[in-house]
Design a protein around this ligand. Structure first.
Ligand SMILES: Nc1ncnc2c1ncn2[C@@H]1O[C@H](COP(=O)(O)OP(=O)(O)OP(=O)(O)O)[C@@H](O)[C@H]1O
Length: 262
């Protein structure tokens, strides 16, 4: 079983430290971890740090192998990262972007032949429900379509660790569910260590096996949705008074009633 161990991780921008020696219980393969917390908590910073895009101190070990200090192309064999917003003005079709991601550096299975790469990319677009976008330019996609194309770029290399920064924020209700279902299916099937930044606590409660709550650059809680999404924690971390109830289908729902006085 794969696992990602994060110990004493310190991250920041220039001299500004954002994450202060964060340590987590090992993140397990086959499980989705939702990274939640208020705006500016450091969620995207943590994800960028795990992706190797920021200078870091501490330790990030995948199955015992230290990732910090590993060259980006080596780390990219194991870890895929989908940023909150994809770069604009890229004159490529969705298919060209996927093939480019496969060519950029060898995948864990080595370099794929051109036909195997095309087949894999098409298969993934089918799974995401967007085969009709294969030949459409990235700069002609809607916000939600761009997000799906970004997700395809992260998945196409079949990583062991999948880092997704708000992958459903621009998606309509149906796609929010179908994308999270697919992420869960792939996570289970391939034993991926999946970490998803998400603001929607109903989605976190429904799809996460584990929740990590971050505030002010510090880990405030880690555990099952039931253990972490409590009225007391929501008051402390988000400053809201909230109820946590089960709907008629048994899903946990967070009902925020009021912002607490600062
Ligand atoms: N490129 C950057 N340069 C300098 N500071 C940054 C940069 N990106 C983020 N920060 C700072 O790091 C802190 C954490 O930001 P981060 O984006 O990680 O938060 P977040 O929890 O993802 O927030 P949100 O929910 O609003 O997306 C903030 O104070 C932010 O101003």
């Amino acid at each position: 079983m794969k696992q990602l161990e994060i110990q004493g991780l310190t991250l920041g921008y220039g001299r500004r430290e954002i994450l202060h020696g964060a340590s987590l219980d090992a993140l397990r393969g086959g499980a989705i971890t939702a990274l939640i917390g208020p705006n500016g908590a450091g969620k995207s910073t943590l994800l960028r740090g795990l992706a190797g895009l920021l200078p870091a101190r501490g330790s990030v070990r995948l199955d015992g192998q230290e990732m910090i200090g590993l060259r980006l192309e080596h780390r990219a064999r194991h870890i895929a990262y989908m940023p909150q917003s994809l770069p604009q003005g890229v004159a490529l079709t969705v298919m060209e972007a996927l093939l480019g991601a496969l060519r950029a550096s060898p995948t864990a299975e080595g370099q794929l032949s051109a036909s195997a790469a095309t087949e894999r990319a098409l298969d993934l677009l089918e799974q995401l429900g967007i085969p009709h976008l294969a030949l459409v330019g990235l700069d002609r996609l809607s916000g939600g379509q761009r997000q799906l194309a970004g997700l395809a770029q992260a998945l196409v290399r079949r990583p062991q660790v999948l880092l997704l920064d708000e992958p459903t924020s621009a998606l309509d209700l149906r796609y929010q569910l179908s994308v999270m279902e697919l992420v869960r299916k792939l996570t289970r099937q391939h034993g991926l260590v999946t970490v998803v930044v998400v603001h929607d606590l109903a989605l976190a409660a429904r799809y996460a096996d584990e929740v990590v709550m971050l505030a002010g650059g510090t880990i405030r809680a880690q555990g099952t949705p039931e253990a972490t999404l409590t009225p007391a924690m929501l008051a402390e971390v988000y400053g809201v008074s909230a109820r946590v109830e089960r709907c008629s289908h048994g899903h946990l729902q967070v009902l925020a009633d009021a912002a607490l006085p600062a």
